[in-house]
Each structure stands twice: as C-alpha cells, then as structure tokens.
Design a protein around this ligand. Sequence first.
Ligand code: TRP
Ligand code: CA
Ligand code: ZN
Length: 320
Amino acid sequence: MILSARSRAAAVLAVAALLGPVATQAAAQPAATPVTALAAPDIPVSSVKAHLTQLQSIATANGGNRAHGRPGYLASVNYLRAKLDAAGFTTSLQTFTASGATGYNLIADWPGGDPSQVLMAGAHLDSTTSGPGINDNGTGSAAVLETALAVSRAQLKPEKHLRFGWWGAEELGLLGSRAYVNSLSTAQRATFAGYLNFDMIGSPNPGYFVYDDDPAIEKTFKDYYAGLGVPTEPDRVGDGRSDHASFKNAGIPVGGLFTGAGERKTAAQAQKWGGASGQSFDRCYHSSCDTTANVNDTALDRNSDALAHAVWTLGAPTVR
Ligand code: TRP
Ligand code: CA
Ligand code: ZN
C-alpha cells in the first residue's frame, strides 16, 4: 500500500499537538485544520515541448536518432542532467554494457524525505536507431523532467523521498532499468513505495491508458482523469512492454500512463476520445517520422499534469 495509514495518523496527531489547548477549548470553532495534500502545479505543456525541441535538435545533430550506443543518447543525458543539477538535484550516472556499447541511466534524487519510503518516476530516454524518438519516448522523458523541475520550483518537502530516473537501452529489451533494479540490494528494493512509468504519453491519435497494476497508483491517475471528465481505459497490453516491468519483477508496486503505439484505435475508442478510428495511435511508432510533429499537445498536457498530480499525491507532501 502506498499511502500508509500510520503516517497519516501521525500527521493528524502532530496537528492536534500543535493546536494543543486551543483546539480543546474552542468547541464552537471549526474543526482543527485538516492535513491537506498540497495541490500539484499545472505543468506548462510549453515547457515540456521546449524539452522535446531540444531532444529533436540533439537527434538531428547526431545522425537522426538518440539510440543506445549512439552519440545522440549521451547528448540527451547531458541535456537533462544539466537542468537537474541547476535545480538542486543530486544526479548520478549509472553505466552498463549492452550490445558492446556503454549504456547510461540518469538518476536524480531530490534531497529530503523519508529514505525508507522512496517514490520514483521514470522514463526511457533512448530512441530506436530509426528516428529521433520524440513521442517514444521524448514525451515521457520531458514530462518527468518538467515534473522534477516543478518539485524544485515548489521547493517541495514531501514525506517520501523522491527519485527520478531516465533509462538507457529500453528499446533493446528494458536493459537500463533492469541493470538499475539488479544493482539494488534486497534492502534497497524494500524502500520503494512505488515506481511510476511514462513511455509514450503524447501519441498523435491518442488513447488514455492507465496501467492496470498497483491499485493505489492506478486510482491516483484515474481520479485525476475523472476530475478532467476524460474517460480512461486500463492498459492490459502494456505488461512487460516497458521499464515498469523491471520494477514489478522485483516486487515493487508500479503504475503509469500510455497513449498508444502501433495498435489501431477502435470505433468505440474514437467515439470516447475523438481522433481517427481504425488508425494507429502512433503511425510513426519506431520510425523516422517520430519527430516533434508527431505529438498531440492535449494528451501531452493532460499526462504531464497527471504525472505531477501523482508525484504530489503519492509523495504525500502535506500542508498544515
Ligand atoms: N515500450 C514500447 C517502446 O518503447 C512502447 C509500448 C508499447 C508501451 N506498449 C506499451 C509502453 C504499453 C508502455 C505500455 O517501444
Ligand atoms: Ca499543464
Ligand atoms: Zn518507448
């Protein structure tokens, strides 16, 4: 369970202690100020798109892709790392070897929070060799980056320890995330309250899929979408198809968002979401046309905001 009843009770007791005699004498006053979750900020989709423009430029300058073992991959890592360092994150690069080349995972820790309760959000940063990989997976990478930067802007003091990760070599079979999880001791794995994955969240003919996995994480995303009045579907085809599988295999609760890849949108889905029935969610999946033109801004905006909502809610920062 991701929201511990114990920590909530402790927070309520802390408020009671704070108010002390005032709370007990003032029966006519409204109840003691409840401990409320801070609302997540609206993530500016323009900022997320600005990161996509940079990733596109990196691909263009490096042979048209950002694939594992190619120079566009490390250039992508360096772009993100500089932003995170400047925002006060503690960053590290984890290296691994795959297909005879060095792979890199970028990890960014937000100082503070309970080290025995880690909430992590991540995305794969590599493309295939076929194209720049802007929907797959510039979108997830940029939204996780912008959420991390929003944590810094808010100078958030969450209950949980927040960690963000960008994985290498996902396209070769989830290799970066697997290397990361394999590097954790049993005790370290036990500190994870949850892992949130974002892989393809701005598909041009979007669906709104919520991973059908850990119930508390799934509910957090579904509640957000219910508030927007946008229907979602459980993602049942995603199992094992992205980096959350590496965490799930280690017993860590997982969840995430997805707007669809090469599969076709059904008539019923086009009815509820709009867009083109009988066409792929992303007709440029794993191809050279997966450029900045291959992104639906509304889907990217909603999913970026849903991501921030989940980090703020599941990280359980409180205001008293
Ligand atoms: N992981 C796949 C890729 O990067 C994309 C994908 C397909 C996916 N189905 C999914 C991601 C379901 C998350 C969930 O090419
Ligand atoms: Ca937004
Ligand atoms: Zn992907």
